[in-house]
Design a protein around this ligand. Structure first.
Ligand code: KG4
Ligand code: ZN
Length: 343
């Protein structure tokens, strides 16, 4: 028997609606993945403005649902279940998605599942590479999160091995971009500028790698400050900032720490599959270094395509499909999102 699940994602600045089909014993099949982003409306503020994001979700929701159904070649009435991001994320943004999901669930008389955004970033890999090995490790790197997770079951068995103690990796990218006068979000322009730079030009610090630091925690605040100080000092001396070298050296420091800790976690826990996801997983240097270090350590690396790494509805649909297939309990129509929902 096959079932069709729609996923709705509104935790930050992307309104995502995805549709997947699951058949017994098979990985979910992606039928539609529509995303509207309000990122341009936030660009001049250098970060997401919650109120602006909420309004944008409200405007984009119904058109995205309609477009997803058209892409999947189906009517709304053919849906068997609806999954929605219950958290973590921006409170007002989450509320728009949850309210919409409740309305569709009630109108169509199909069950509603509130699911975890972070678990969605892991579950999305099943759309590209099939069922996840159990257990596997996940390095989740986005604008809001930097976590190393052990995944025994993507819906009900995720344990945090470590996380950032300050800034998320993507946040560091966005802040460094601002220092260099590059546009928001900072990941893509830094990635591009780094191609012309020397990763060894400047020795930026590797946070949380000292002998007394927690093995699987991260810190990017000191790195961000070091880049800002370096740029300020060069400006004071009246020098032209070597943007390519700064970007390449910063990017190298981030990729070095992320991959070293993830591979070390794999070796220490004996779990030999690593999934890297979240917006920063789209980073070219992170992918290359992860490939190299995983190959050396005998760890299988899975990285979903960039489109699936950033926030989208397909990841929520994929996770919802997993919950439906596992016979999970639907959420009541009275459930509320939790902006601080733990993994
Ligand atoms: O997962 P995501 O779309 O949204 C959150 O849940 O945060 O991640 C967005 C983050 C931003 O901080 C952005 O700068 C970063 O991902 N990012 C990148 C790249 N593309 C996006 N960071 C490094 N390199 C990239 N190519
Ligand atoms: Zn995300």
């Amino acid at each position: 028997m096959s079932r069709i699940v729609m996923g709705i994602e509104t935790s930050c600045d992307e309104t995502g609606v995805g549709i997947v089909e699951i058949a017994d014993g098979q990985a979910p099949r992606l039928l539609a993945d529509e995303v509207a982003s309000s990122v341009e409306q936030h660009a001049r503020f250098g970060g997401v403005v919650p109120e602006v994001a909420s309004r944008a979700h409200l405007e984009a929701m119904e058109p995205m649902v309609r477009r997803a159904c058209a892409t999947a070649g189906m009517a709304l009435g053919e849906l068997d279940a609806i999954a929605v991001t219950a958290g973590p994320g921006l409170a007002g943004a989450l509320l728009v998605g949850v309210a919409a999901a409740k309305a569709y669930s009630a109108a169509l008389d199909v069950p509603l599942y509130g699911v975890n955004h972070l678990a969605g970033h892991v579950a999305v890999d099943t759309l590209e590479h099939g069922p996840l090995p159990r257990p596997c490790l996940s390095l989740l790197v986005s604008g809001g999160h930097t976590q190393l997770l052990r995944v025994d079951d993507v819906a009900s068995g995720i344990t945090e091995l470590g996380s950032t103690v300050d800034d998320a990796a993507g946040e560091a990218y966005d802040k460094v971009a601002r220092v260099l006068g590059l546009p928001y979000p900072g990941g893509p322009p830094i990635d591009k500028a780094a191609r012309d730079g020397d990763p060894d030009a400047i020795a930026f610090p590797r946070g949380m790698t000292g002998p007394s630091d927690a093995a699987f925690d991260f810190s990017f605040s000191g790195l961000k400050t070091a880049v800002a100080r370096w740029v300020e000092a060069a400006e004071r001396r009246g020098e032209t900032i070597p943007v390519g070298d700064v970007c390449a050296s910063f990017q190298e420091a981030v990729a070095d720490v992320l991959t070293a800790k993830a591979v070390s976690a794999a070796l220490r826990t004996g779990v030999d599959t690593l999934v890297i996801s979240g917006g920063v997983a789209a980073n070219s240097r992170l992918a290359a270094l992860a490939r190299q270090r995983c190959a050396e350590a005998g760890v299988e690396l899975r990285v979903p395509r960039p489109r699936l790494c950033t926030d989208n509805g397909a990841m929520i649909a994929a996770l919802g499909a997993h919950v439906v297939a596992a016979g999970g309990k639907p959420s009541g129509l009275d459930f509320s999102p939790d902006p601080a929902l733990p993994v």
